[in-house]
Design a protein around this ligand. Structure first.
Ligand code: NAD
Length: 302
């Protein structure tokens, strides 16, 4: 018995990396899988892998950030596999550059694939579930680069922080309809990150455990796609290696007030230091990624 027996799930960007691992894992848990891809050869290879393992999969070629393609992916699930139960928004790209050198094209491409690439399939899937009065599960793919903030990734980080907010808001809007929406911040060695993780064959606890293998992220995604997680929604999880973390959204750390009167700029400037003194936060920019619970070195096995 698989956790997803009789269910059908879509994974966007399922032709390689994290999406491939997620598609294979969902199929191993019993789901029929729609492999969404822009790269036909990569997508077909994953369909073939799933089929060779005895699973059920179909290919949906198209850019998931285009409304027509996103609607077609949902139609493919319903028409070819009979239903839709879960959507994994995974497709993504990078165009890393510091802001002063970033072109409008680099900005727009990243914002479109990630943010519109989450909006369009989620809009189509949730409308399908709401029209049919059925529950559903959405897994979004954010990143610590967004919610913590990584140098050189203002386009990608803005999109990924936006996705974390998107998940929290769409979760609230659809909770009473039995639809869950969560986000993961994965970390793994893929085409996207081979520069960062390429040389690391991390060991974690056990010598034969490849900590940065992309397939390590997939079981938690399968859980979030299942009815076993129906009580969890609007949450952002870190997922890497053998570890799942729960992130708290932005919280207010400290406040000052002016006793019921509007501040003058001079007055508020004279008191703003209190915000930093009481929290220990620095007024200068801080490297959010330094607040990760893990470091690549800790997990490198070297
Ligand atoms: N690898 C990591 O450590 C890491 C960390 C944080 C977040 N992420 C996120 O995880 C997701 C998967 O990343 P990955 O590392 O597996 O990348 P990857 O480059 O290995 O795979 C991404 C896949 O998405 C497909 N794709 C790209 N744009 C598409 C579109 N518009 N429509 C359909 N398919 C499209 C690509 O063809 C590719 O097969 C991305 O959203 C990425 O931002 C990855």
């Amino acid at each position: 018995m698989g956790l997803l027996d009789g269910k059908v799930a879509i994974v966007t960007g399922a032709g390689r990396g994290l999406g491939r691992g997620e598609a294979l894992e969902l199929a191993r848990e019993g789901a029929g899988v729609v492999v969404g891809e822009v790269d036909e050869a990569a997508g077909q290879a994953v369909v073939d892998e799933i089929t060779a393992e005895g699973g059920q999969a179909v290919l949906a070629i198209g850019d998931c950030s285009e409304i027509d393609s996103a609607q077609a992916i949902v139609r493919t699930a319903v028409e070819q596999l009979g239903r839709l139960d879960a959507l994994v928004n995974n497709a993504g790209i990078l165009r890393d550059r510091t802001l002063v050198k970033m072109t409008p094209e680099e900005w727009d491409a990243v914002i479109k694939v990630h943010l519109r690439g989450h909006y369009a399939p989620t809009h189509a899937a949730i409308n399908h579930w709401r029209d049919n009065g059925q529950p559903g599960h959405v897994v979004c793919t954010a990143s610590t680069s967004g919610i913590l903030g990584n140098f050189g990734q203002s386009n990608y980080g803005a999109a990924k922080a936006g996705i974390a907010s998107f998940a929290q808001i769409v979760a609230q809007e659809n909770w009473k309809h039995g639809i869950t929406v969560n986000a993961i911040c994965p970390a793994a060695r893929t085409r996207m990150t081979e520069g960062a993780y390429g040389e690391l064959k991390a060991a974690g606890g056990k010598a034969d455990f490849d900590f940065w293998h992309p397939d390590n992220v997939a079981p938690f995604v399968a859980y979030l796609c299942s009815d076993a997680s129906s009580h969890i929604s609007g949450k952002v999880f870190g997922v890497q290696g053998d570890t799942v973390e729960l992130y708290r959204p932005f919280v207010s750390e400290a406040a000052i007030d002016n006793g019921g009167n509007r501040w003058s700029a001079e007055q508020v400037g004279g008191r703003v230091a209190e915000l930093f003194e009481t929290t220990g936060m620095e007024p200068a920019p801080q490297n959010g990624m330094a607040r990760l619970r893990y470091t690549m070195k800790d997990r490198s096995g070297s």
